[in-house]
Design a protein around this ligand. Structure first.
Ligand SMILES: C[S@@+](CC[C@H](N)C(=O)[O-])C[C@H]1O[C@@H](n2cnc3c(N)ncnc32)[C@H](O)[C@@H]1O
Length: 277
């Protein structure tokens, strides 16, 4: 592993924050060393300083993409955090189906979608609930968008292909049976089901307005990586693309308290809901 010097750490830390918002505190030198050393060597650089110079002539953006893929933490699994999913299953899903039925369209955004488990978990619950209502075609009136900054994570999300290990993390057996086909050690999400989620690359530092308005936004387990300044602007942008009374769900350890006045904080059992005022 290559050693990073203090001036090099400051250069790389700034580069990473500028391009994906991830804020590295002092003491996180090892994180850059462990995640980027191979790439530094692969690019023929002898030091992080030389590598940083290469980022300046990265006309294709390919190097930036590789750095972001390496520095983002794509940890995710099916139905992550019981309390949030209890709320989603019991309240959000029926509410989204009602919106779809009454106004002809409901929109949901999984805004740090990683490899897709969050968006597909939600889709499974919507599908089951629509069928239970005797109205499976309600699903056609629901648009689910999954976005992430990591191209690598998105490739897996779009492919809808998961290893046995990934499948074993939170996915109930009956859902595996209903929505996947096994090919060797890989599980493939049914094509007709998979196409109901649109995945695209999107940086949360960018303007949200082109995405349109949403009834429900999941922005989970990502703001922990951001600076307070970025959190503030992020919550303000999220508020602008949530419909009135729309719901924003954060990760279990995340809060917008102290960063935004645009939401009413409410509780459903142990889940925290941020409702657009
Ligand atoms: C830990 S995963 C969380 C996945 C999922 N939401 C969950 O809770 O299981 C965080 C994701 O945020 C993405 N991410 C980090 N910075 C981002 C940014 N500036 N814009 C969009 N996505 C970002 C990472 O690529 C990663 O896939």
């Amino acid at each position: 592993m290559l050693k990073i010097t203090e001036p090099e750490f400051l250069l790389m830390k700034q580069y990473i924050e500028d391009h994906c918002g991830i804020h590295l505190q002092e003491g996180k030198e090892y994180l850059i060393e462990s995640r980027l050393s191979d790439l530094v060597i692969e690019t023929g650089s002898n030091s992080f300083q030389e590598f940083h110079l290469k980022t300046r002539t990265d006309s294709t953006g390919r190097l930036k993409e590789r750095i972001i893929d390496a520095m983002t933490t794509n940890e995710t699994y099916w139905f992550r955090d019981d309390s949030a999913w209890e709320y989603i299953r019991e309240k959000a899903v029926p509410n989204i189906l009602d919106i779809a039925k009454n106004s002809g369209k409901a929109r949901i955004w999984s805004s740090a979608a990683s490899t897709g488990q969050e968006a597909y978990s939600l889709l499974m619950l919507l599908d089951e609930a629509a069928k239970q209502k005797g109205n499976p075609s309600l699903l056609d009136k629901i648009e689910i968008i999954g976005t992430d900054i990591s191209s690598q994570a998105l490739l897996l999300a779009q492919a809808g292909r998961y290893s046995s290990i990934a499948m074993g993390r939170g996915l109930p057996k009956e859902k595996t049976k209903n929505y996947f086909t096994q090919q060797g050690t890989i599980w493939i999400l049914d094509q007709s089901f998979k196409k109901r989620v649109t995945f695209k690359k999107f940086n949360l530092q960018d303007d949200f307005m082109p995405l349109g308005l949403f009834d429900l936004i999941l922005c989970r387990n990502v703001i922990i990586y951001f600076s307070d300044k970025f959190k503030k602007s992020l919550f303000s942008k999220l508020a602008r693309v949530l419909k009135p009374k729309g719901v924003l769900i954060l990760g279990a350890s995340e809060t917008l308290r102290g960063f935004s006045d645009d939401f009413d904080i409410q509780y459903y059992k142990n889940a925290v809901l941020n409702i657009k005022k």
